[in-house]
Design a binder for this molecule. Sequence first.
Ligand SMILES: Cc1cc2nc3c(=O)[nH]c(=O)nc-3n(C[C@H](O)[C@H](O)[C@H](O)COP(=O)(O)OP(=O)(O)OC[C@H]3O[C@@H](n4cnc5c(N)ncnc54)[C@H](O)[C@@H]3O)c2cc1C
Length: 476
Amino acid sequence: MSDFVDKLHAIVGERGLITDAQGQHPYLTDWRDNYLGTALAIVRPATTEEVAAVVKLCAALRVAIVPQGGNTGMVGGGTPHENGHEIVLSLNRMNRILEVDEIGYSMTVEAGVVLKTIQETAARHDRLFPLSLAAEGSCTIGGNLSTNAGGVQVLHYGNARQLVLGLEVVTPHGEIWNGLRALKKDNTGYDLRDLYLGAEGTLGIVTKAVLKLWPKPKDVATSWIAVPSPEAAVTLLSGAHAASEDNVTSCELMSRQGIDLVLKHIPGAADPLAERHDWYVLLEWSSTRARRAGANETGLSEKMEGYLGEALEKGLVLDAALAQNETQARAFWGLRENHSEAQKREGPSIKHDVSVSVSKIPAFMKEGLLAMKKALPECRPVPFGHVGDGNIHFNCQSPPGWDKKRFMAHSEAISAAVYDIVVAHGGSISAEHGIGQLKVDELAHYRSRIELDTMRAIKRALDPQNIMNPGKVIRV
Ligand SMILES: Cc1cc2nc3c(=O)[nH]c(=O)nc-3n(C[C@H](O)[C@H](O)[C@H](O)COP(=O)(O)OP(=O)(O)OC[C@H]3O[C@@H](n4cnc5c(N)ncnc54)[C@H](O)[C@@H]3O)c2cc1C
């Protein structure tokens, strides 16, 4: 295989190749430390043409390719298998912003640009790129698009699929498809762009994208709210749409168990309310309409305060704190966004990234919590998530003192109990994290024959040698 590595070297040069064990390690394992693979090499091309040349070489030798961005995925999609017959193709050197079109509200970027850089670039142009998630400091746009990432503003702006206009993709044959069109309307046959979005690197490698931008919000109100139940949370949200004049941009639900973990593990985290409560909502409204200084008009904060006051009288709200400035709003967000990190520091957890329609959340939560406890009475449920779009991270923390092996022995039973309830409510077993290698069996179990057959037909047609991230999403 050293001949193969030499050929890779001839394409990407010294900077584009990692072959030593220490340098390779971060690319071979995942954020959750659930998978550890091996690879012939880590290849880091600097241009689309280099990506295409690497893929052509791999196609000729039938070497499999695992595309990787920021490696923050939750389902092992970017981690190679243990067989050592794959390369990891990292996009992290392709990190240039190519164009910002203020008039057309779009931005063209390379796939390896970190999400936060895109948000900050948009803000400098008085625009908003609304994709926002806790891993935004290290995940890349290529990974976001390939997992069809969701995050905390989906209820208003949609998920990654809705935020992109055009793509450039290197196919499994090493050809470059230039679909970098900044068009809002384009009905010219099958939508190839949509095929690659959410494909988790199994159909091709995203190398560039044209992203949609929005006007930057000028007035933002953020509240930390204690609610008596998930039912109260969804009723509060339902009324908020009209009360905010359709300006609800985030609505996140958390339980006391999750807050306790964040307070325990994240330095500087503080409870915004004096008393403990079982359930919390983080509600954010944003408007592009600036409040005129000195003008006698009602801004979003006053409107939100009025709405929460009414909700308090109706018993939907137990207590609330309205952020008085950006620092306070960021502190509220810190409590929500540090849930995954706090869970990781606490020890092993079993994650269920599920969705049901918003109105079914209360029934799902009730039945799901009972089912989880029945499957493992000692487990510690930590449900939280994007209640505004029906996506709950219905997670289960190991009992105190249990090691990973002992806890994971229960994972199949716990997950089956949860997923059966999700499906009974018409929901999805993977709302935003994807399938990767973690949920290949579950996808095969819960999706219909016609859906699986169609997915396999697409995979075989586009990647007949099965070299593009094999064993992820669907087995062929
Ligand atoms: C703390 C934390 C919070 C998170 N919160 C959220 C959240 O709120 N919402 C959400 O949706 N996700 C969330 N995630 C999951 C993760 O951040 C997202 O899935 C993210 O979109 C992955 O981007 P990445 O660049 O890290 O991709 P990777 O992890 O590197 O890759 C993910 C998948 O995409 C493929 N891939 C990567 N780049 C390309 C490319 N250029 N072309 C083709 N395939 C490619 C990989 O093969 C893999 O299958 C969170 C993760 C963490 C650690």
